[in-house]
Design a protein around this ligand. Structure first.
Ligand code: MG
Ligand code: CA
Length: 535
């Protein structure tokens, strides 16, 4: 057997490694960061404590956009099916946050029930109150994609004038909560109706600090012609540059993510390439999940540190006897200067500080006398953690990402359609070639004499070659071992660990498909099996 095929033990080792990173993060959080957060009331100011479920959760993708930009349709397109509670239409139809998650049993879990489930990561959302919980639900769907990722649909944001009705809950606060926990934020824009309302601008602002997670989809791009599309693209980049306020603007994917025929076909090739790029970005999420969690924990530790400096500095300035109220007012007013002092004294980067105005508003509701003084051991512990523990976990990760590549890929739904049966744009090519032939025809026969010649040079015994012999031939293709391993598995039809001449020809055929730039199937389609071996 090939070493690269028999990787079960490796696989087990790697998932243990993955678990050890996640367990390591949990331990670091509980023992080093949480005590600092608790001491300085971090949870009242910034974000509720992390729970085990936050670390254990599958990678999440958050979809945000104005109404009718195709968020729900995008999910439907990925899943290639409806999900419970789906509503699609021209008017803002999704009026709630929907966590589309894997479940054997399909159905809807209402928000109030969702936030008391200790196995799910949504418990802290209870703090946003009943008005919000009535607008939160989980749709349980039995879809293979969702075994790897969870998708969050959000209410459509209305354009300027129309958003008169108050939502009754802190919409941007909820977005912020998700932004801190998700792995990807996809902002959707409608190419034929590009406008950015005030609420949408505020929503995008709420995502600041998580720019690395943001990807942009310029959707419905097939509804306008090429020239208009270029204009819209330019306008979008310009607006985003202003709103996102970062030196580099996030990657923009142009496309039309629904199952309808294209209206303007000039851009077909572009859309296909963009779709594949976006899908491979999404499929990379599971293997990058540990790194993402680690990144977010570092961000949080840094904020917890600077928060501790701020709170203890305010405490220090308070008088012990008279004039407490006026001093508090003065300190809040001068908070900007206190930030500067901390920046200088402790060498904290300006970017680590919480938003000044928000902090001023929150401080109004606190009694500074009750704030604790600076406790250096707590901060030292976090510093040591950032320097040492994080480095150790970091060292585990690159290897892990490489090894998880094959097994943690997101599969199913639209991802498989692109990978396996590329109808719509590669009909009759790649794996599909030969599928329209009469049933006695085996497309591999065409090149079999050529493959037989190679086969015979590999010294077959009883019309069979060993895995080792096949390997020496197959690696000449320069294809990665993961791919060759899949080809081997697909070709060894009788699973005897050897290849006969038919199986070998099939392996060569599959390699050719891959070398021609097409994708391999998850399972061998019937037309690629020799006719006499079809069941
Ligand atoms: Mg919707
Ligand atoms: Ca065989």
């Amino acid at each position: 057997m090939f070493s690269w095929i028999n990787s079960n033990s490796n696989r087990k080792k790697n998932s243990e490694l993955y678990e050890s990173v996640v367990e390591g993060l949990k331990r670091i959080y509980k023992t080093k960061i949480y005590p600092l957060e608790e001491q300085y009331l971090f949870h009242e100011f910034h974000s509720p404590p992390f729970e085990d479920a936050d670390f254990d959760a599958k990678p999440m993708v958050l979809l945000v956009g104005q109404y009718s930009t195709g968020k729900t349709t995008f999910i439907r397109y990925l899943l290639e099916r409806d999900f419970p509670g789906i509503r699609i239409g021209p008017e803002p139809t999704t009026d709630r946050f929907i966590a589309v998650m894997y479940g054997d049993q399909e159905g809807i879990i209402p928000g109030n029930a969702l936030v008391v489930d200790p196995k799910k990561q949504f418990r802290p959302l209870a703090k946003f109150g009943n008005a919000f919980l009535n607008r939160l639900q989980c749709s349980s769907v039995n879809s293979p994609i969702l075994q790897q990722i969870t998708i969050i649909d959000t209410p459509g944001i209305l354009s300027g004038e129309k958003q008169r009705v108050d939502r009754g809950y802190d919409f941007t606060g909820v977005l912020e909560w998700f932004a801190e926990r998700v792995d990807r934020i996809i902002l959707l824009f409608d190419a034929h109706k590009l406008d950015i309302s005030d609420e949408f601008r505020r929503s995008i602002e709420a995502l600041r600090g998580h720019d690395d997670k943001i990807r942009i989809v310029l959707n419905k791009a097939d509804m306008i012609d090429q020239q208009q599309l270029m204009r819209v693209y330019g306008a979008l980049m310009w607006s985003l540059g202003k709103v996102l306020n970062t030196p580099e603007v996030a990657r923009v994917y142009i496309g039309s993510f629904w199952d309808q025929p294209l209206q303007f076909i000039q851009n077909r090739k572009l859309f296909e390439a963009e779709e594949q790029d976006l899908f491979s970005d999404i499929t990379s999420l599971p293997r990058n999940a540990a790194l993402r969690k680690l990144n977010d924990l570092i961000k949080r530790a840094r904020l917890a540190k600077v928060h501790a400096y701020i709170i203890s500095a305010l405490r220090k300035e308070m008088p012990s006897m008279f004039g407490k109220d006026s001093k508090k007012k003065e300190l809040i007013k001068n908070l900007g200067n206190i930030y500067l002092d901390i920046e200088r004294e402790y060498g904290v980067p300006a970017g680590d500080f919480p938003d000044l105005q928000e902090m001023q508003e929150k401080l109004l509701h606190h009694d500074f006398i009750k704030f604790p003084p600076l406790k250096k051991p707590l901060l030292d512990s976090v510093d040591r953690m950032l320097a040492e523990d994080i480095a150790k976990l970091m060292a585990l990760i690159p290897q892990e990402q490489l090894d998880h590549k094959e097994e943690t890929q997101v599969k199913g739904g639209a991802f498989n359609s692109v990978a396996e049966s590329p109808f719509g744009y590669k009909r009759g090519e790649g794996v599909d070639a030969g599928s329209m032939e009469p049933s006695h025809v085996w497309i591999v026969d065409k090149d079999k004499p050529k493959y037989d010649e190679i086969f015979n040079n590999l010294n077959p015994i009883d019309n069979k070659i060993t895995g080792a012999a096949a390997k020496t031939e197959m690696i000449k293709s320069n294809l990665p071992n993961t791919i060759l391993s899949r080809i081997w598995k697909l070709s060894d039809l009788d699973k005897d660990g050897m290849l006969d001449s038919e199986e070998f020809a099939l392996a060569m055929h599959l390699m050719q498909i891959k070398l021609n730039g097409h994708d391999l199937p998850q399972e061998l389609p019937r037309h690629l099996i020799p006719p006499n071996r079809r069941k």
